[in-house]
Design a protein around this ligand. Structure first.
Ligand SMILES: Cc1ncc(COP(=O)(O)O)c(C=O)c1O
Length: 468
């Protein structure tokens, strides 16, 4: 399309193509209109999106795994408006604060696993991880261990896309062409039980093998050079991988042995997604730091936090003694309007027991997924925990052989689902289709999602068969 600087009489779709810089999008193809008309969302209610062209779509992803309370909650909107009228902004530097931010901090600490001391507020998952890394480095400087700086993450992990968070992420497409990862970051294997090399291994044995790999890596690098290990309680965007039995116990034994901090990414799992307020509680994880974002405000406004434990707090105080002020922060740390959105959102999560609903409905959903999709020959694995679930599509169930990448089978299913009025996400690596609906979702809505999905999968399957 020709660029016209005056842009007279352009439709919104054309204007979008001309001016808007979309993340994770083929920019040239989009600008040229080759990706079809953009999906401009005009409104949403519950789990349903209303597109500008009049179509209605069921959102089985809660936006980007964030709209835990569901769309259209007037009470969050009202809380945002009231706070904006009362105090739209004041900063939190040099000891300043707002009442709502202090009360939110106290509330989050009461919901968090035991042993947590304080929260450093930011705006999104990525910056929470930048903060975590800086805290770990600073703490080791304060303790006189300047060499203890390496961070170990996992292949397939997704921790964000700023320079260090993007380095922690373990998916090659987010590294290629951006000169990432930057050091000192290393990756060990993801706990991908379905694709374990030795299929004779049980979950406990596989968990042991994962822990041994971590142990070997720390020994090879030298424990006095490794600051921290970062992981989600259950990996989400990297494949929806519930940890195998015994994984977290064994991993923590290794970390304790080598005095390596445990940084837990609860950007997705925090605030009810796995059926508990925090995934760390579900999996018996004793974290040094926990990141939170998404479900904290259900996406009504951006907000993230790095929760630090008593142990880490003691190191930070040692830093204050040695170095003076902690020179880290952003303009919008503890933004009062975002904090008000979080307070209203947590009211809803508590009042409606949405973590409990995620546990109950999630278990039911996984059973239904298995019952309805387990017999389809291109469905290799069905897995999940709470309201995170996925089906993995394969060319051969017996050998677990993948489809050739260029067939983009996961993308095809997600596209076919859209034609059925259903938004589901094909994950970035492998043909894995994921579900993460709002935590208020009902069994009837989930049955409707499964009906639409089944039609989409059958259609793609028919298109793949040699006879077609
Ligand atoms: C587990 C996890 N961590 C971190 C992030 C990064 O969060 P953000 O995109 O808000 O920076 C995401 C985003 O999807 C995520 O899923």
């Amino acid at each position: 399309m020709e660029r016209d600087a005056t842009r007279p009489n352009l439709s919104l779709e054309e204007l979008d193509r001309q001016v808007f810089f979309h993340p994770n999008t083929d920019l040239r193809a989009f600008a040229a209109g080759e990706l079809g008309d953009p999906a401009i969302v005009e409104g949403a209610e519950g789990i349903e999106l209303r597109l500008r062209d009049g179509r209605r779509m069921v959102d089985a992803g809660a936006g980007l795994l964030c709209v835990n309370a569901g769309y259209g909650r007037a009470e969050i909107a009202d809380a945002i408006a009231a706070q904006a009228r009362k105090l739209a902004f004041y900063h939190a530097h040099s000891g300043h604060a707002s009442e709502v931010a202090i009360r939110l901090t106290d509330r989050v600490l009461k919901l968090a696993p035991p042993g947590m001391r304080s929260v450093f507020w930011g705006l999104q998952g990525s910056d929470a991880h930048e903060t975590m890394i800086k805290i770990a480095w600073y703490a080791n400087n304060a303790l006189g261990r300047p060499r203890k700086k390496k961070i170990i993450a996992r292949h397939r992990a997704y921790h964000g896309l700023t320079i260090m968070a993007g380095s922690l992420s373990g998916l090659p497409q987010f590294h290629r062409h951006f000169d990432l990862p930057r050091g000192p970051v290393l990756h060990v294997g993801a706990p991908y039980f379905y694709r374990r090399e030795d299929q004779a291994m049980d979950e406990e044995g596989y968990a042991e093998a994962c822990a041994e790999e971590l142990d070997r890596t720390i020994r090879a690098e030298g424990h006095d050079t490794v600051a921290a290990f970062i992981a989600e309680p259950m990996m989400s965007s990297g494949g929806m991988l519930p940890p195998p039995a015994g994984y977290w116990r064994r991993i923590q034994e290794v970390l304790r042995r080598h005095d390596v901090m445990l940084m837990v990414d609860e950007v997705v799992t925090g605030f009810g997604r796995l059926g508990t307020w925090f995934g760390s509680s579900l999996h018996g994880i004793d974290a040094d730091m926990i990141s939170i974002s998404k479900g904290l405000t259900s996406g009504y406004l951006p907000l993230a936090g790095t929760i630090v434990s008593e142990r880490v707090w003691a190191m930070l105080e040692e830093g204050s003694r040695r170095f003076g002020p902690f020179h880290h922060g952003f303009t919008y740390v503890a933004h009062p309007v975002c904090a008000a959105a979080a307070m209203a959102n947590i009211d809803i999560l508590e009042r409606e027991d949405l973590p409990g609903n995620a546990a109950r409905t999630g278990a039911w959903f996984l059973e239904r997924l298995r019952a309805r999709f387990g017999g389809i020959d291109i469905v290799g694995d069905i897995r999940g925990q709470g309201l995170l679930a996925a089906i993995e599509l394969v060319a051969d169930r017996a050998t677990r052989a993948r489809f050739p990448e260029e067939l983009r089978v996961g993308q095809r299913v997600s596209r076919a689902a859209r034609e059925e009025g259903l938004v589901i996400r094909a994950l970035p690596e492998g043909d894995i289709v994921a579900f993460s609906p709002a935590l208020a979702v009902t069994p009837a809505q989930l049955d409707d999602i499964l009906d639409r999905l089944l039609r989409a999968v059958e259609r793609v399957r028919a298109g793949l068969s040699p006879a077609a």
